[in-house]
Design a protein around this ligand. Structure first.
Ligand SMILES: [Zn+2]
Length: 231
């Protein structure tokens, strides 16, 4: 087991404790054995293959988080390859660029199958905008992880209708670790949940920015879509 276990002791002045904690004596001294798992102390230390998924709505910081993990791996002299679907050329042909303009060089590919061909001699593979890939991306990521590669995938979890987007649900199912990022609802200020489309267009794929999409919460989304459907 490569995960770190931390045992620590704390005194909690409470009358009622939950069954998850082990009561050691009647003075409410409670020992908690907590397994702390974080991406910091697992895949890179173990150097075993794994799949991590970073997902959320637009403007939630998915790509920034992907870039952070990849840059850190590069800094550690790990061999990193980054891919994105050719469809996503909003900012740059050959870079993964976040909304805040942080960037990292990437290879645009037509289909998921191309990724396997370009992944010899690498330690870490990053894939951005994974929702635009074909379903084959799931087998590709699994095959890479099985070969001992750390695979980090970022993508939209839901489309503008609030439905699971492309291969993302399957990727989340087979991943060791899923990290959901959240934007802030632009209408009411709580955590956002979905990317609401502001323009009338029913195609699932419509590349856009702040003029086309807004991150909003569940309540605001329900209110907005009811309005749209009742028109
Ligand atoms: Zn809201």
């Amino acid at each position: 087991m490569g995960y770190k276990y931390f045992s620590y002791f704390c005194e909690i002045k409470c009358k009622d404790t939950h069954s998850l904690v082990e009561k050691k004596d009647s003075d409410s001294k409670i020992f908690l054995n907590i397994m702390i798992y974080s991406e910091k102390n697992s895949p890179e230390q173990l150097r075993r293959g794994s799949l991590e998924v970073i997902c959320g709505s637009m403007f939630s910081g998915k790509t920034e988080e992907l870039i952070r993990r990849l840059k850190r791996a590069k800094f550690a002299k790990q061999r990193v390859e980054i891919f994105k679907p050719k469809i996503d050329t909003r900012y740059s042909e050959d870079e993964v660029v976040s909304h805040d303009k942080t960037s990292i060089t990437s290879t645009p590919v037509e289909s998921s199958g191309s990724i396997l061909l370009m992944c010899s001699e690498v330690d870490v593979v990053g894939i951005d905008e994974a929702q635009f890939f074909d379903e084959g991306i799931v087998d590709v990521c699994t095959a890479l992880a099985d070969q001992g590669i750390r695979v980090i995938v970022a993508g939209l979890d839901m489309d503008f209708r609030g439905k699971p987007f492309g291969p993302m649900p399957a990727l989340m199912a087979v991943a060791e670790d899923v990290y959901k990022t959240h934007a802030i609802c632009v209408r009411c200020g709580v955590l956002a949940y979905v990317s609401h489309r502001l323009v009338q267009e029913e195609k699932q794929v419509l590349l856009g920015e702040m003029n086309e999409y807004e991150p909003i919460c569940r309540d605001c989304f329900n209110a907005a879509t009811e309005k749209r459907f009742s028109k």
